[in-house]
Design a protein around this ligand. Structure first.
Ligand code: SF4
Ligand SMILES: [Zn+2]
Length: 368
């Protein structure tokens, strides 16, 4: 429980110091190549400002690696304003969507820095209005949102389809790890595998229901390298989590290698030299293993790659490998052999993972 206590303390501290930006400065969008369910196409990403993730703002202090609340207002936002900002972002890309939509499928990914399906974060009225707006754009064929599993309710999902018509709807859920201890104690996720499976099953049941044509999918986010995890353990755990996610019926997995967010426990460990984000070599290991063995698509998030706070190899190969990985996400290909002198350093770390390891079970180690 020491982790939770420290996590909450760090979060409260950060919230006190956090510079709050107005909603108008928090809405952002970008448009890029992507691999959709229908094949190669484009995705529009829209960040919609909200008061913030309930899990992060509650007594738990939220997940140990995440500070998405810094992109939130921490106070209620007028529904009308949220809708207006969403439409403004959408309008910026409408011409491109209309043109590209003639030759390729288009998806929209709505990020609310928390759970789209939690009415405390985004009211039902706003949710419906956003979906209504999307439904008027024929070119958009897939709608992707993020949510914690406890908000994935049959009734809420079934309300969505009459609005979006025959578009595919995917909920991405931050499972992070299949290991209950890692998810609970190192990430402070606050939900069980059972909760996750329940949400996946709700989506699958709607998807398979022969009485409707709804296309309801789920995706698992998998976190690479939580705190107190060796490089080798991080690789193995990410791979195992992908296998587990596929076995319980998700349609896709997306790996999120750690980056150091401000005001988090992971940042505290990093500043004290007790934590380092994963090597890009490790990320490649995860890609290659899972692409060979999974029957569902897997994606690798490359944000923060090559930066001081993100996955890092060396100045010579960071950029090259980042672009290779982005390209491989679209093609779902493995990463070909690539040589750089930093690889031996990584191999040394992987092969010596147990040298300093205590035999005491981590459960019984006090943190502070
Ligand atoms: S990872 Fe998701 S659930 Fe966890 S604190 Fe961040 S936004 Fe909230
Ligand atoms: Zn290198």
């Amino acid at each position: 429980m020491e982790i939770q206590k420290l996590n909450k303390e760090i979060r409260d501290n950060y919230l006190e110091r956090m510079k709050i930006r107005p909603p108008e400065r928090l809405s952002v969008s970008w448009y890029q190549d992507d691999l959709l369910y229908r094949g190669s196409g484009k995705s529009l990403f829209v960040i919609v400002p909200t008061p913030g993730c309930s899990w992060a703002l509650g007594d738990s202090g939220g997940c140990t690696m995440c500070s998405y609340i810094s992109d939130c207002t921490l106070e209620p936002i007028d529904d009308e304003l949220i809708i207006q900002l969403f439409k403004k972002e959408l309008d910026k890309h409408l011409d491109d969507i209309k043109t590209d939509g003639k030759t390729m499928p288009i998806a929209i990914k709505i990020f609310v820095s928390g759970s789209f399906l939690n009415p405390q974060e985004i009211s039902k009225e706003v949710r419906c209005e956003i979906l209504e707006t999307i439904s008027k754009i024929d070119e958009i064929k897939e709608v992707i949102v993020e949510s914690r599993p406890e908000y994935v309710k049959k009734e809420a999902i079934e309300e969505i389809f009459p609005i979006i018509g025959d578009r595919l709807f995917e909920v991405s859920i931050g499972l992070e790890s299949q290991n209950e201890f890692i998810r609970e104690e190192k990430i402070n996720k606050g939900f069980s595998k059972e909760d996750f499976e329940k949400a996946v099953n709700i989506m699958a049941k709607i998807d398979n229901d022969e009485d409707n044509d709804y296309k309801a999918k789920s995706k698992a986010y998998i976190f690479i390298k939580p705190i107190l995890t060796s490089e080798k353990e991080a690789i193995d755990e990410a791979i195992q989590t992908a296998y587990y996610a596929e076995s319980v019926g998700v349609s896709r997995v997306s790996f999120c290698p750690a980056t150091i967010h401000k005001g988090t426990i992971i940042e505290r460990f990093w500043r004290k030299g007790s934590y380092q984000p994963p090597w890009i070599w490790s990320v490649i290991e995860v890609i290659n293993e899972t692409r060979k063995n999974l029957n569902i698509p897997s994606f690798m998030d490359t944000s923060g790659f090559g930066s001081r706070r993100g996955p890092y190899n060396c100045k010579k190969c960071n950029k090259d490998l980042k672009h290779t990985i982005i390209d491989s996400n679209i093609k779902q290909s493995v990463i070909d052999d690539y040589e750089c002198q930093c690889k031996n350093e990584w191999l040394a770390e992987i092969n010596s993972k147990n040298f300093n390891k205590s035999k005491t079970k981590i459960k019984h180690l006090p943190l502070i």
